[in-house]
Design a protein around this ligand. Sequence first.
Ligand code: GH3
Ligand code: MG
Ligand code: MG
Length: 389
Amino acid sequence: MTSSLIKRTGDLILGTEPRQRLRIYRSLMAASVYLICIALQGYACIIGFMHWGDAALLSSLIVLNVLFWYGMLRAGINQRFADPALTLPQILSALTVIAGAYAVTGPVHGSTLMLLALVLVFGIFNMKAPDAKLAGIYTVLLMGLTMLIKSQSEAQHYPIHLEIAHFVLVAAIVPTISSLAAQLSNLRAKLQNQKEELTQALNRIQVLATRDELTGLYNRRHMMDVLNQHQKRLTRSGHHRFCLAILDIDHFKRINDTYGHNVGDEVLRNFAQAAATVMRETDVVARWGGEEFLVLLNDTQPGAAAIGLERLREHLHNVQLAANLPDLKPTFSAGLTDYALSEPLHSCIERADRALYAAKNGGRDRVVMVDGSAHAPQTQGNGHPMAVA
Ligand code: GH3
Ligand code: MG
Ligand code: MG
């Protein structure tokens, strides 16, 4: 109850979009420092170091500044800018407010210098190197100007020798902080680059680990993972049936021997593409070995699976598998079986392999189907109706 109230209040103040929330949160964190500033001004007034009028003016400026940036961020206007965190403008406006505080805090104005450093430190984590430099230059110029004006107009609280000392302090510390911010920014950019390179390398490794380089199909190892997942799902649900088919190109060695290895590779690539195109989207085709492919036919009865393989056979008659050899029409033999619930995967694969062997022995260019439960081999292919082998 209380936690949902806290969440709702948080959502109201910060919004729900995570990146915007972080930006608003950071801005409000800086605003909390401003609030301490306002409290300190009250204290300075009470002990007689500051006029109430000056404190009220400065506090209004601070509150306006906080409200302005909060409104920009909460309304999402910041997202129209190149840096949606609006770091540089927020930092510059904070520095301006501090220069104002420096100008009105009379005998205690020296203490506001610490806030300058604090504001720049806030920006360190977000500013780009050129922005950090700009903020540094702005600070030194603005403070120098403020010190000069105040040393002339209110010499009793801003004696020139003290202002020179303050200026030296600002001119020494601010560039140091700015250059630290610039270094951090470069470090962040470097880390970002490394992260991108690592992500790319990881993607590449994933492709290498799961795909066959020649055909782009899943490789044998990854296909085993896919099959294991399917087996688990089937065991759990009990009603997602699947079939396995092992396809082997007929007399492939002759293609290599007659036309060369490159043509063999081209045929393999195009065969793989044809198989992946013709089979249903839910089916998974993998390169199982040299010129062998394993097809997982999802949610399918063996009869429908055989029709799918027949479709591939017809498709192969109509496509060209080697660009310069229109008459080269390789055929394939296939062993097909359905997975029987609770059986080990390897026994299902071995059954498909035995069926493939039967298809080869039966004369090639055909599909031999073995019923997973009955283990009775049946044959279909070459345009012949399905028959028991
Ligand atoms: P069958 O009809 O009995 O399957 O005869 P086959 O010639 O297709 O079978 P065999 O196992 O005798 O030969 C397979 C050939 O496939 C031998 C091997 O050199 C070739 N091969 C395996 N991998 C590749 C490959 O990546 N590229 C090429 N070009 N050939 C390959
Ligand atoms: Mg072969
Ligand atoms: Mg083979």
